[in-house]
Design a protein around this ligand. Structure first.
Ligand code: NDP
Length: 247
C-alpha cells in the first residue's frame, strides 16, 4: 500500500496553496493524505495531481478546528499508513473586519482554525514521529503575522501565534530529529485573495519589490526544501515568500 514512501498529511490540501504543496510532495514520491473540510470534489482533483506527479494519496475529511476530530483522524491515518512523517499545517480561513465591528465568533473561528488547528495536528503527529526519530512539520503562517494588518487582528494574531508555536515545538522536539518551521507567504493568487477588490490588489502590487503577486508554486517550493533531508539542520525558522514585500 504505502510501502516505503514518506507519509505526509497536508491540511487544507483541496485547493490553493495546499494543493500545490500536495503536488510537490507527490513529486518527491510521498504518500499524501489530502485533508479538506467541505470540498471533497476539489480534494479528489488534488489526488489526481499527486498521482500525475508520481506520488500516491488519499483524501481525508476533518475539521482542523475540532480537536477530537483531528486526533481520531490521525489515529486512522497511522493505523492505515503505519506512520506519519510530514505534516503541513496549511488549512486557514479569514474573517476580516475592523475591531470595532469584529464579532467574538469571527475571532474564535480564525484562531481555532489557523492556530489551534496547527497545535492539534502537530500534537497528533508527534508520537509517531518520535517513534521514528524523524519528522518534519511546516506551518503556513503569513506576512501579516509579522507586519500586522488593519482589519485582520484575528488573522494576524493567529499567524503570529503560529510562529511562537513553531519555535516552541522546534525546541521541544529537536533532540528527536523532528524539525518544525514556518513558511510565511505574502500575497499569493488563490481563492482567498481573489475576493479582494482590484484597487486593493493594485495597491499591494505597488508595494511588492518584485512587482508581481506570488503563485502557490512559490510557497510549495519553500515547503519542499524544508521537508527535504537537506534541511535537516534548519529548525524554528521562517522562510518568507513575499516578493520582498516584507523584509
Ligand atoms: P484557500 O481559501 O484557497 O483554501 C483554504 C483551504 O483550507 C481549503 O483546502 C479548505 O478546505 C481548507 N480549510 C478551511 N477551513 C478548514 C478546516 N476547518 N479544516 C480543514 N480544512 C480547512 O486558501 P489559500 O490556499 O489561499 O491559503 C492556504 C494557507 O496559506 C492558509 O493558511 C492561509 O492563511 C495562508 N496564506 C495565504 C495567503 C494568500 O495570499 N493566499 C497569504 C499568506 C498566508 P475546503 O476546500 O474543504 O473548503
Amino acid at each position: 500500500m504505502t510501502d516505503h514512501r514518506k507519509i505526509a498529511v497536508v491540511t487544507g490540501g483541496s485547493r490553493g496553496i495546499g494543493r500545490a504543496i500536495c503536488a510537490r510532495l507527490g513529486r518527491m514520491g510521498c504518500f499524501v493524505w489530502v485533508n479538506y473540510v467541505s470540498r471533497s470534489d476539489a480534494a479528489e482533483k488534488t489526488i489526481e495531481l499527486v498521482k500525475q506527479a508520481g506520488g500516491q494519496g488519499q483524501t481525508v475529511q476533518f475539521d482542523v478546528a475540532d480537536f477530537d476530530q483531528v486526533q481520531s483522524a490521525f489515529k486512522s491515518i497511522v493505523a492505515e499508513s503505519g506512520s506519519v512523517d510530514i505534516v503541513i499545517n496549511n488549512a486557514g480561513i479569514t474573517r476580516d473586519g475592523l475591531v470595532a465591528r469584529m464579532k467574538e465568533a469571527d475571532w474564535d473561528a480564525v484562531l481555532d482554525t489557523n492556530l489551534k488547528g496547527a497545535f492539534a495536528c502537530a500534537k497528533a503527529a508527534l508520537k509517531p514521529m518520535m517513534k521514528n526519530r524523524w519528522g518534519r512539520i511546516v506551518n503556513i503562517s503569513s506576512i501579516v503575522g509579522y507586519s500586522g494588518n488593519g482589519g485582520q487582528v484575528n488573522y494576524a494574531a493567529a499567524k503570529a501565534g503560529m510562529v511562537g508555536l513553531t519555535k516552541s515545538l522546534a525546541r521541544e522536539f529537536a533532540s528527536r530529529k523532528i524539525t518544525v518551521n514556518c513558511v510565511a507567504p505574502g500575497y499569493i493568487v488563490t481563492e482567498m485573495t481573489q475576493e479582494l477588490d482590484d484597487a486593493v490588489k493594485e495597491k499591494m502590487l505597488s508595494e511588492i519589490p518584485l512587482a508581481a503577486l506570488g503563485e502557490a508554486e512559490d510557497v510549495a517550493a519553500a515547503v519542499e526544501y524544508l521537508v527535504s533531508d537537506q534541511a535537516g539542520y534548519v529548525t524554528g525558522q521562517t522562510i518568507h515568500v513575499n516578493g520582498g514585500m516584507y523584509m
